[in-house]
Design a protein around this ligand. Sequence first.
Ligand SMILES: Nc1nc2c(c(=O)[nH]1)N[C@H]1C(S)=C(S)[C@@H](COP(=O)(O)OP(=O)(O)OC[C@H]3O[C@@H](n4cnc5c(N)ncnc54)[C@H](O)[C@@H]3O)O[C@H]1N2
Ligand code: MOO
Length: 410
Amino acid sequence: MQFFKVKTVEETFAQIEELVKAVKETEVIPLEEAFRRVLAEEIIATESIPSFPRSTVDGYAVKAKETFGSSETMPGFLNVAGSVQMGEAATAPLQSGEAIYVPTGGMIPPQSDSVIMIEHCEDLNGLLNTYKQVAPGENIIQIGEDVRVGEVLIENGTKLRPQELGAIAAIGKTHVTVFKQLTVGYLSSGDEIVPYTTEYLEIGQVRDVNALTITSLVQEWGAKAVYAGIVTDDYDEYQKRAKELFEQVDCLVLSGGSSVGAKDFTTQVIESLGEPGVFIHGVSIKPGKPTILSMANEKPVIGLPGHPASAMIIFSLFGEKIVQKLSGEASRNKLDRVQVRLMKNIHSSMGRTDYVRVKLLERDGEWWAEPIIGKSGLISTLVQSDAMVEIEAENEGARQGDLVPAILLR
Ligand SMILES: Nc1nc2c(c(=O)[nH]1)N[C@H]1C(S)=C(S)[C@@H](COP(=O)(O)OP(=O)(O)OC[C@H]3O[C@@H](n4cnc5c(N)ncnc54)[C@H](O)[C@@H]3O)O[C@H]1N2
Ligand code: MOO
C-alpha cells in the first residue's frame, strides 16, 4: 500500500504559489459585464475627475479673505451676483465684494476660491450676511482631486469590485480587457454515490452532496462550474470521463477515492492526465488529510477527500487559492482571518493544522467561538457553523479564553 508523503499547510500553499500560473487568454468585454472579472490591463486615467472645480455643498462661492472676521455677532456682507445652474459652465468671474450661489456639485465660478454653506449665511434681498469665515479651498473639489489624468487608476490583476467599475465608468471607459472567465470541471466518484435528485435510496447509496457544495464555491469565486456527473470506482471509466472533462476546462476537481483504499483510483487517474503530475498527496491537516494536488499540462487538478465537510473545507482553502492564481488575480489585500476567543479547550496534534467548526456568539463586545461537536466529514457541522477556528501546526491545541484566528463562513 502506498503511504502519504504528507506536507504541511504552509508547504502546500507555497507549492500552489510556485506552480499555478495565470491563464493566458484575455478578452475585451463591456464594463457592465465585468463585475468580479480580473483585469488584464492597467487602467490609466485618460481624463481628470472632476474635470472642472466643483462645490461639495449648497452655498455661495466667495473669495475666502472677504469672509475673514465674519461671526454670528459681527456678520460680513457681500452682494449676491447670481447663481450657477447644475450641468452648466460658470463663466462669469466673481468680482470683489460679491457672492454667487452654487448648488452641491455645481461649477465654481472663476476667481472664487471657497464656498460658504447656506446655513452659515443669509440672503436678505440680495445682501448676503456671512456668519462664519471660510478658508481658501474650503468646500471645493479641485480639478483632478479625485483622479488625475495619467495616473494608474487600477492595477493589472485586480478583481473588479463595484467601486472599480464605478471609477472606470467615471473616466468614460466603456470596455475592459480581462482574463478569460475560468471554467472549473467537477466529477464525483464512488460506486455508492447517486444523483442528489434520487428520490428513494437503496441501502448503501449516498446522494451526491459534493456536486452542490463544490460547484457553488466555484460560482462564488466568479468562475463557471461544469458538473460532469458521477463515475463508479472503475479505473477505465473514471479515467475516460476525467480526461474528457479535463480537455474542456481550465481546472479539474475530482472528489472521492483520494485515500489509499483498494478502489481509490483518483491518484492514478490524476497522474494519467499529464505532466508534471501530482505535487501534493496528503496534507497534515484535519479534516482532509488525503488531499491530492497536481499540475497537468499547466492545468491544476484537485483530488478532494470524499467526506462532504472535508471536501468543502479543503476546496475552500486550497481551491480558492488555486482559482485565484489561475484567474490572473494578483495577491490580494484581504483580511481572511479574524481573532475570536475560545469558549472551550481544543486539543490538536503537534505538526497538524486543525480547522475546527464553531458557532460565534457576541458577549460583552467580544466574539466567542463555541466548537461544534461531530465527526469531521459531517455536512451538518458546516451548516451549523459561522466560522472555522485555525489551530496552527506548531500548537498542541488551544485553551478556553485564548484568542485564535478564525475564517468566517458567512
Ligand atoms: N487507512 C486509511 N483510511 C482513511 C484515511 C487514512 O489516512 N488511512 N483517511 C481518511 C480520511 S481523513 C478521509 S477524508 C477519507 C477520504 O477518502 P476518499 O477521498 O477516498 O473518499 P471516499 O472513500 O470515496 O469517500 C469517503 C466518504 O465520503 C462519502 N462521499 C464521497 N463522495 C461523496 C459525494 N460526492 N457526496 C456525498 N458523500 C460522498 C463516501 O460515501 C464515504 O462515506 O478516507 C479516510 N480513510
Ligand atoms: O478529511 Mo478526513 O476524515 O480528515 O475527514
